[in-house]
Write a protein that binds this ligand. Sequence first.
Ligand SMILES: [Zn+2]
Length: 366
Amino acid sequence: MSTTSSTPPIPNLTNVTRDNDFWFDDGNVVIITTNLRTYSNLCPTAFRIHRSVLARHVRAPEDLLLADLHIGDPLTDTMDGCPMFRLPDSSHDFRCVLHAIYDGPNYSEAGKPLPFSTAAALVRLGHKYDIDSARDLGMKRLDSVFGKCSTWNLAINRSAPVSERSWSTEVLSLRRKDPIIAVNLFRTINAQDKLLAALYMCTELDNDDLLTGTTRVDGLAEKLSANDLARCLDARDRLAARCTTYIVDTLTLPSRTDCRKKKTCDQRLKEIKPLMLTQERHQSFGATRCGIVGPIYPQWSQDTKLCETCRVFLSDRELDFQKTLWRALPSIMDMTGVEWDNLFSGTYTSKMWKASHMLFYNFYVS
Ligand SMILES: [Zn+2]
């Protein structure tokens, strides 16, 4: 495990609790998991399961898997006649994997989003022990939030103030500070594009949250590494600088050359300018913290006081700006080399980009 998480303690086997869901009378192997809560008297949990079922889902040969699970001194004791193996992972994570193995992909309640903690557990242990079925199931859910197009869509279509908004989707629910856990998970499994998305999400957290970190459902404390913390703070400054430039540029824009209601549109632009500085993003972050990707003045396209030409131009211009920010995320996050370039392929062509900049040019030479 990386230095971002505290080291799990070796399980104490003096008191063991049998798991309610996974204690089969005909099971032939007992797995003892670890209580990761630092200040807790909770006992380690024992799972009595079937060797053959476990072996069916694991790519590693059965004996190798069980040898891998075996940490510290070999356990000579048995429980109910079954050989015992100790696992350095939490009962929460192992239980999630057993649900995936025994119940299949439909074990989560139909129509309900899977908690991030469950999806992360499936990917964490699925990766660690080569259990493809568990890892694929968890990764599919994580993709709905951390896939590079998913994160962009969630960011750009946000409607609630940043401080009240979550990244949850219909298939995955997240707690506010889960992106911190996601960063450490994606570092462990080396998923670079998802890591970039998770790091971006962390830049939207308050400094206090970034510094104190969070606690996983299984009790393990997680923080960003010092490098990733600095990366997020630096990225936020860079994003804020770009946003400020965009806002200042917008504040100095005259109406378009082909505007047919120049007087009305100029007057309306004058009224809108102060609103750009008092949007919800600024109220929730404070005026000096505008380093986010998302609507700056979302009302462009509905502002009927502007003529249609100006309305379309200004709303397209803002979307173009946000897309430019998103495309530049690898350099903003100081992670150049991450494959990210084809994000808008199909929906955002160079022709469209050029057209928007010609409009921008026309705007300025009026
Ligand atoms: Zn106009």
